[in-house]
Design a protein around this ligand. Structure first.
Ligand code: DX5
Ligand code: ZN
Length: 224
């Protein structure tokens, strides 16, 4: 578990849009692995957030891969709306996806890495028969929809159980991403539990819409 390198995925919904370019340069310099793009449709979650044009515009100013988190109903019918590129992660929620295996396969066919996202109440077992189709599992550590919430403690043992299960079934390469209240303190516990990719938002990195070089260094230290 600890042999895999931890990676930072910065929650772009938490970044003040008027500072986007400066923040992007800072993240590139510090070697951030992904831009975490939260897409919300006002149906699956009670909020709206980011969208197709945002991804296109961000892509035009940076080559950092995207980690596109689709919190939308029927993502299988909407994947083509999005500018998905090789090297990106695309996650669809188990709770929204009627034909999960087909959708994961389709994401891979686009050259991206396929991830299934799980709400706090959803057990990992639902992914038993799609493990070979997965590059990652996104474990929500808060209920999806808003930044600034408190960690749901039971999700820590879920990270641990999922990591053990993946290793025992020969799926060591499947990464675990954690999203929600990844503070510096929680990040340490999440890493110990087996997380690989950490969504850095308002709890651990971004304050008043901006981040600093020192902030990025502290976050990296917490997850290493
Ligand atoms: C929702 C988002 C939020 C948020 C994370 O999927 O990804 O969880 O931006 O940042 P925090 O929880 O630290 O504000
Ligand atoms: Zn997210």
């Amino acid at each position: 578990m600890a042999s895999r390198a931890s990676q930072i995925s910065v929650s772009m919904m938490c970044v003040d849009v008027t500072h986007t370019k400066d923040m992007v340069r800072l993240m590139e310099q510090s070697g951030v692995s992904y831009f975490h793009i939260d897409i919300m449709d006002g149906e699956f979650v009670p909020n709206f957030c980011l969208g197709t044009d945002y991804i296109r515009q961000l892509r035009s100013i940076s080559k950092v891969p995207m980690d596109i988190h689709l919190m939308i109903e029927s993502p299988d019918r909407k994947l083509d709306y999005f500018d998905i590129a090789p090297g990106d992660f695309v996650s669809v929620h188990y709770e929204t996806t009627r034909h999960l295996q087909r959708t994961l396969q389709y994401i891979r066919a686009k050259g991206a890495k396929a991830m299934a996202a799980l709400n706090p109440a959803t057990p990992p077992d639902v992914l038993r028969y799609v493990l070979d189709d997965l590059d990652g599992i996104l474990i929500m550590t808060v209920n999806p929809g808003f930044a600034g919430q408190k960690l749901i403690p039971a999700t820590l043992s879920k990270i641990e159980d999922t990591r053990r299960w993946l290793d025992e079934t020969g799926h060591e390469d499947v990464q675990i991403e954690v999203d929600g209240n990844v503070s510096l303190t929680n990040a340490v516990r999440m890493r110990q539990a087996g997380a690989d990719i950490f969504v850095a938002g308002t709890s651990g990195l971004i304050h008043d819409g901006v981040m600093t070089e020192d902030g990025l260094a502290s976050f990296r230290k917490a997850i290493t």
